[in-house]
Design a protein around this ligand. Structure first.
Ligand code: UT7
Length: 331
């Protein structure tokens, strides 16, 4: 009997309407379009302006897009994994709320937090549940309202991040398509270089933490950049080596959209043609858990059944890795 693999069978996405351009940012902080474009590749990002809407709103919209496109009954979904670094509220899982709102009333759901690698790790979790035979339809959502944790007076972070969400459905496959291999890593050394200092159990919220702006993301960009370049390239070349893939065998690189220079360095190590490197960072910036599914959604029509896709990410923690997946359908 052939082994059951776990394949992506549908994709959905959502980004809010409001466009925050480099030019608008340059009226808010001391920066300019030339600096942002040349250092990051970002031109604009989407922002969820509504104060009363959280990350769940983005995730629900992406899931509803998928459900409508695939025309499935949400009652058939067994499980919803909600990958995010910006849950609606502390303690209560945002995923549980999202699952109820989309009508996935027979599913169980929880949040998965691994900063920018949340979605990549979520792919590993989702596929494992399918491969085990325990569940048949696992919905993985990656969503972040990064604007809720950004200090728009800090030019080193506010130019990078944006809001968005994407969703994929994993189902069993008997043709050997779907996830082939994964190489996932983490290193707690990264905790110092990319974090929100307060609001957790080590430094609960107080008047002082608010006054000190300790509830916003802070990063040592240079250090994170250095680790990101070497680790994302390492992970991607390792997964290729392990599966005897050359640059010619890989059809697409779907890499976390944090900085165009990091993605270019990874593609170079993989010896990939420029046109195989998928990018939308110029339009969305870094949407944290949503970058990979937003790429899948934007480029879905180009994928052919059997295409070899390498996913790669690097994020806070540090967390990083690479996944090799065979695409399972023609759009
Ligand atoms: O997704 C999670 C993982 N995160 C990442 O992968 C992010 C990794 N890091 C990066 O992408 C880059 O480090 C940044 C885009 C954040 C910064 O780019 P950089 O090339 O590393 O710039 P830098 O921090 O070394 O700053 C260079 C100069 C500095 O001025 P001086 O000291 O040379 O006079 C900064 O003060 O650029 C200045 N600068 C800016 N200038 C205009 C910093 N931010 C800005 C800005 N506009 N927004």
């Amino acid at each position: 009997m052939s082994k059951t693999t776990a394949a992506i069978t549908a994709v959905g996405a959502y980004v809010p309407d409001y466009v925050l351009t480099n030019d608008i940012l340059s009226t808010m902080v001391d920066t300019n379009d030339e600096w942002i474009t040349s250092r990051t590749g970002i031109k604009e990002r989407r922002i969820l302006k509504d104060k009363d809407k959280g990350t769940s709103y983005l995730g629900i919209k992406a899931a509803e897009d998928l459900i409508a496109k695939k025309n499935i009954d949400p009652k058939e979904i067994d499980m919803v994994i909600f990958a995010t670094a910006t849950p609606d509220i502390m303690v209560a899982a945002t995923g549980a709320y999202v699952a109820s709102q989309i009508g996935a009333v027979n599913a169980f759901s929880y949040d998965l937090q691994a900063a920018c690698s949340s979605f990549l790790y979520g792919m590993s979790t989702a596929t494992s549940y399918i491969e085990s035979g325990r569940y048949k339809k696992v919905l993985l959502i990656g969503a972040d309202k990064m604007s809720s944790i950004i200090d728009y007076t800090d030019r080193t972070t506010c130019i990078i991040f944006g809001d968005g969400a994407g969703a994929v459905l994993f189902e069993p496959n008997t043709e050997g398509l779907g996830l082939q291999d994964e190489y996932l890593r983490s290193d707690g050394i990264g905790r110092e270089f990319l974090k929100i200092e307060a609001g957790g159990s080590t430094l609960p919220a107080s008047e002082e933490t608010v006054a000190n702006k300790q509830h916003f993301v802070k990063q040592d960009g240079k250090t994170v950049f250095k680790y990101a370049v070497s680790n994302m390239a390492d992970a991607s070349s390792k997964i290729m080596e392990r599966n005897n893939l050359t640059g010619n065998d890989v059809n697409w690189l779907i890499a976390h959209q944090a900085n165009k220079r990091i993605i270019d360095a990874t593609a170079k190590r993989m010896e990939l043609d420029h046109n195989k490197v998928l990018m939308n960072i110029e339009r969305y910036g870094n949407t944290t858990s949503a970058t990979l599914p937003l790429l899948l959604s934007d480029f879905e029509k180009q994928f052919k059944k059997g295409d070899n896709i390498v996913f790669a990410s690097f994020g806070g923690g540090f967390t990083w890795g690479s996944i090799y997946l065979k695409w399972a359908y023609n759009s």
